[in-house]
Write a protein of this length. Structure first.
Length: 118
């Protein structure tokens, strides 16, 4: 079984929002996952699609280095993880000379693609 992964670190979107997108593609074939992400209205679909594209490219390179033949139609999304990244802490002016804290959250996206055994 050929496996390859791609990781996107410090994506400037909260992990909660990215997980909504990632849950739609978990366990699906790569072609179907691309079409789901392409037509999704969520903003997180664009960076997740880039990570998936990178994982497929990594699988292609890994197969070439091992002198194996890779059929990309048999690739599927094996594992997808979204973890919280570092939070950027900022302050915004508020009424009466005060300041309110803002938490700008980030996330780490990891996608693992693999070929199905026949």
């Amino acid at each position: 079984m050929t496996e390859a992964r791609a990781i996107q670190r410090t994506l400037r979107q909260s992990a909660r929002k990215v997980r909504l997108v990632v849950d739609m593609i978990r366990g699906r074939p790569v072609g179907e996952a691309f079409s789901i992400l392409k037509f999704s209205k969520k903003g997180a679909a664009v960076p997740v699609r880039k990570v998936l594209l990178s994982a497929v490219a990594n699988a292609r390179v890994k197969a070439q280095l091992a002198s194996e033949r890779l059929d990309e139609d048999h690739l599927f999304v094996k594992t997808v993880m979204v973890d919280e990244g570092p939070t950027l802490k900022r302050f915004q002016p508020a009424a009466m000379g005060r300041a309110t804290p803002l938490k700008k959250r980030t996330s780490h996206v990891t996608i693992l693609v693999a070929t199905k055994e026949h």
